[in-house]
Design a protein. Structure first.
Length: 202
């Protein structure tokens, strides 16, 4: 693909639109993709017909996922959506679109069908929970603050956050999505304190 100086690159500091990203990374050939940490919105049909895509982890800066964003991704089975996402459009996940023809072979209408076997992983009380319920999608709710991903919030999670803030360990995107325990949009030592409060309250 020829370089276009007017478009931001994956390594650049500018926000990269998800449509541009799909073109740059040739997503239709990939089974999974790491999205830029500074991404704030996933646009309509951004990942349209990415047949080989099996999982996606949405970064914890994203606030909107537009309608049909992952339409016709038949093999997409695992989706991790952070609490930062406040808007998920119609058919964003879990649907295919087929063109139907009439008896004369003329294009007639589109039909949308649900994809079986897709699971959304998300913190409790997120917008993704409502999307899953409305669309009949399996949803696994993960407790906010469960940084070590063991299914519960314990003092070990607070310790892990302290080690991360001191740059002793690296957290993956799923862990970062669950790390913002004080719900301020940033990952910091304050989240370790918030986790300690959650543990004390339980």
């Amino acid at each position: 693909m020829p370089n276009n100086p007017s478009r931001p690159t994956l390594g650049g500091s500018k926000d990269l639109s998800s449509k541009q990203m799909a073109e740059e990374m040739e997503l239709k050939k990939l089974k999974s993709v790491k999205l830029p940490a500074n991404l704030i919105e996933i646009e309509t049909r951004a990942f349209y017909q990415c047949d080989n895509l099996t999982e996606i982890i949405i970064p914890n800066k994203v606030v909107k996922i537009r309608f049909d964003a992952f339409l016709n991704c038949p093999n997409l089975k695992r989706v991790m959506i952070p609490k930062s996402v406040i808007e998920i459009g119609e058919r964003a996940f879990g649907y295919t679109k087929t063109l139907l023809y009439d008896s004369d072979g003329i294009p007639d209408r589109f039909e949308y069908n649900k994809i079986e076997g897709i699971t959304i992983y998300t913190p409790s009380k997120s917008s993704a929970v409502e999307y899953a319920k409305k669309n009949g999608v399996k949803c696994v709710q993960m407790p906010m603050g469960d940084v070590d991903l063991d299914g519960k919030v314990t003092i070990q999670d607070a310790t892990l956050m302290q080690r991360y803030c001191a740059e002793y360990v690296i957290l993956n995107q799923i862990q970062l999505n669950l790390a913002d325990a004080d719900d301020n949009g940033d990952i910091s030592i304050g989240d370790a304190t918030a986790i300690q409060k959650i543990v004390a309250a339980n």
